[in-house]
Write a protein that binds this ligand. Structure first.
Ligand code: ADP
Ligand code: TMP
Ligand code: ASP
Length: 234
């Protein structure tokens, strides 16, 4: 296998099939665009299992993605896409960046859900952009941006359902999309407690990477608890 990309939390390998990649999830946790970083044994395995099962659940709900199959503890096969360098964030409740940047009170409900787009560029600190910026920068066409927004809102509805079944509340999430060889938009990257905010609606307990960002708990123990809740719904 040839290493195509060594990212903050996963490695992407090219295999014989030119349309498929092997993803290997690492035991690394990062925040603040990689400036905060720690090695956590067992984290890669947990995220690989969680994100694989998330994509499987979504497929059954009529939301396709790049996911093909999990091939090992830390590996999975995905359809190779050309990533659109836009991070699409959907917020149901205010938390994180939006509470600091715009002063929304933590936990304030957004109805309808608030959708934002960010430029995927660590060197620039993943800045918030708008549709006009994205078009001027040739990140995506106007039509593609409409498609990303539509897909992200549909995904939000499905993810809210999945979390509710687990007794949890989806606060917000970030997703990435790519183009396949025919130019069709496909949901890519990962959906996990690394890329979503998830709360216990009764206690407000965090089931996501905020325990690492805020230094309030163990990432591996938190993700284990999240996975146990996922298993309990099977
Ligand atoms: P980062 O780039 O932020 O360090 P990761 O460690 O998650 O992120 O690295 C995975 C990289 O692979 C990301 O840049 C992501 O956009 C990209 N990627 C995710 N899914 C696919 C795919 N199906 N095809 C090609 N690239 C992908
Ligand atoms: P934010 O409040 O920091 O903007 O994060 C919103 C959501 O997006 C949250 O669920 C965490 C996720 N996210 C990522 O997955 N990667 C990132 O680089 C950032 C900034 C946020
Ligand atoms: N994903 C980003 C990083 O790993 C930021 C974050 O999730 O807080 O640096």
């Amino acid at each position: 296998m040839e290493l195509l990309y060594d990212g903050k939390s996963k490695r992407m390998f090219e295999i014989e099939d030119p349309f498929v990649l092997t993803v290997e999830y690492k035991d690394e946790v990062t925040a603040a665009d990689g400036r905060k970083r720690e090695e956590m044994p067992g984290k890669g395995r947990l995220i690989n299992i969680i994100t694989s099962e998330m994509f499987e659940k979504l497929e059954k709900m009529g939301i396709p993605s790049h996911f093909i199959e999990r091939t090992g503890d830390t590996t999975q096969l995905v359809r190779k896409v050309e990533i659109i360098p836009i991070e699409v964030v959907v917020r149901n409740l205010a938390a994180g960046n939006i509470t600091k940047r715009l002063g929304f009170k933590k936990g304030r409900e957004f109805a309808p859900p608030l959708l934002e787009i960010y430029l995927k560029d660590d060197a620039l600190g993943d800045p918030l952009i708008n549709r006009a910026h994205a078009i001027q920068m040739d990140l995506a066409t106007d039509k593609e941006i409409s498609e990303l927004k539509k897909r992200a809102h549909q995904l939000n509805v499905a993810l809210i359902d999945i979390m509710e079944e687990m007794g949890l509340q989806l606060v917000d999430f970030k997703v990435e999309f790519g183009r396949d060889t025919r130019g069709n938009i496909l949901l890519a990257d990962e959906i996990s407690p690394d890329t979503c905010r998830i709360w216990d609606p009764k206690t407000g307990e965090n089931f996501d990477k905020d325990v690492f960002r805020e230094g309030t708990g163990s990432v591996v123990d938190t993700y284990k608890k999240f996975y146990e809740k996922m298993e309990a719904t099977k």
